[in-house]
Unconditional design. Structure first.
Length: 471
């Protein structure tokens, strides 16, 4: 007779890999577990239940996920259960079950894990119900649930990600995400705001720091709301003169919290209306998913745009807000990439002077358009191109950080001794080293007195005036 985990599980450990969208999923799973009576632990060795939320975006991410699962399988205590969820579980569920007998359950999206069946190798079902200290519910939930709509636990930091949509309607040649995340599915405007309101209410009650920043995330954030049906269905340019869904949401969130930040904007969705909404938040931060700048190469990628259009848009934003911050990411070695394509990218980086940029070599993903394309670029050449771009961008980023030294900026204290200005997104960009006696959650005007690569050092401006020290 099988037993439920509710008979044996008391503590859970959650390991999250991949992007901020995965972190939101983990936050919601943690909130669900804790609502059922579980307690989290930072020690995987002492946990009764170990959950790995995996990433499957590229080969390197998949290998990291597998390595993490195997490491935790070795570390877990006797009798502890190991569950693998997230993108790899959804995309490669059967293969993972066969390849990782150490795992007790492989659960893709939509498994509420309360009634999830055992894998073929199991003799004991692994389910996530109440702990032995909490009576099981009289009416157990359905076999599946929607992670997108699960309640959120209180934020543990003065900022929080909020996922506004799942999936993607784009057909980028390199990306397999739509194949396992599905088509775009946006939450309602009111549901997102209700989650923001709950997050803002819970820190005080839970004894945590005040929530100062909301980071809106989605696979294609600029397209938020376009997929919703019914009266007043959203369109690309809004509905009958109304604001576009993402611009309206951005403005509504910014009325509730000091900082509102948007991550992952497809460049064609960066309308004048959305730019205005972002600038009005007081966080002029633009995370643009460009991927490349050569027009013929972007066409091979099944992407929109070119370097000239991108540069014009960046110039327009800087004309409206000279302090605007820009981040992007680029793929090197996509099939068909020529030396001329690569030179255009280097020229663009030098002209655009982005504050932050990430570079990745092409990963050949089964089932994508690019997997079967000719003219595959040798991995050694792709890596060499990546190194050239990264070296150029590192120098640009360092110069941009040096230019901030001597200025005063409002800094959000994220953790003891660590903070961020509006120029840095959490967990992605550089940080600001601040005095350790500043309280977490405080927004403080500080003088930037030094730069070390991507990071800055800051002190209270008043202390400089008192000592007479030059910044």
């Amino acid at each position: 007779m099988s037993r439920s985990v509710c008979e044996v599980v008391g503590l859970y450990y959650m390991q999250t890999l991949g992007c901020p969208k995965n972190q939101v999923d983990s936050d919601k799973l943690e909130g669900y577990l804790e609502a059922q009576g579980y307690e989290g632990t930072a020690d995987p060795d002492g946990a009764d239940l170990v959950v790995v939320n995996t990433c499957a975006f590229i080969e390197a991410a998949r290998q990291e996920s597998i390595d993490t699962v195997l490491m935790l399988a070795e570390r877990r205590r006797p009798g502890a259960r190991l569950v693998v969820t997230g993108c790899m579980a959804e995309r490669y569920g059967d293969e993972l079950r066969d390849a990782l007998p150490e795992v007790d359950l492989v659960a893709g999206f939509g498994h509420d894990l309360i009634t999830a069946p055992p894998t073929p190798a199991q003799t004991v079902a692994v389910t996530l119900g109440a702990t032995r200290t909490t009576p099981p519910p009289t009416s157990p939930p359905a076999a599946g649930f929607d992670l997108l709509e699960l309640p959120r636990p209180a934020a543990h930091a003065p900022w929080a990600y909020v996922k506004v949509a799942e999936g993607c309607d784009r057909i980028c040649g390199f990306c397999a995400i739509p194949s396992f995340r599905g088509k775009q599915r946006s939450r309602t405007h009111d549901d997102v705001l209700a989650e923001v309101d709950r997050l803002l209410e819970t820190p005080t009650a839970a004894g945590g720091p005040p929530l100062r920043e909301i980071v809106l995330v989605a696979q294609d954030l600029a397209s938020y709301g376009r997929d919703r049906t019914g009266p007043g269905r959203a369109t690309r340019t809004g509905t009958q003169g109304r604001p576009s869904p993402i611009a309206a949401l951005t403005r509504a969130v910014s009325q509730r919290v000091e900082r509102t930040r948007l991550l992952y904007l497809y460049p064609s969705g960066l309308t004048d209306e959305l730019i205005g909404a972002v600038l009005d938040t007081g966080v002029p931060y633009f995370d643009l998913s460009l991927q490349h700048v050569s027009r013929p190469h972007l066409a091979r990628m099944r992407r929109w745009g070119d370097g000239e259009r991108f540069l014009r848009r960046i110039a327009d934003i800087r004309a409206a807000e000279p302090a605007a911050t820009f981040r992007s990411s680029f793929i090197l070695g996509y099939p068909g990439e020529t030396e001329r394509d690569h030179d255009l990218l280097l020229e663009f980086l030098a002209a655009a002077q982005l504050d932050w940029a990430g570079f990745f070599t092409f990963s050949r993903e089964d089932g994508t358009h690019a997997a079967g394309l000719p003219d595959q670029v040798p991995s050694e050449l792709a890596l060499e191109r990546l190194r050239e771009c990264a070296e150029l961008q590192d120098a640009i980023t360092a110069a941009k950080r040096d230019a901030l030294v001597g200025q005063t900026r409002r800094v959000l204290v994220d953790a003891p001794g660590l903070g961020r200005t509006v120029h840095e997104a959490p967990e992605i960009d550089g940080i600001v080293h601040v005095p350790g006696d500043l309280a977490v959650g405080d927004l403080v005007d500080l003088a930037l007195i030094g730069a070390e690569g991507p990071d800055l050092r800051a002190v209270p401006a008043a202390s400089l005036a008192t000592t007479g020290a030059a910044p």
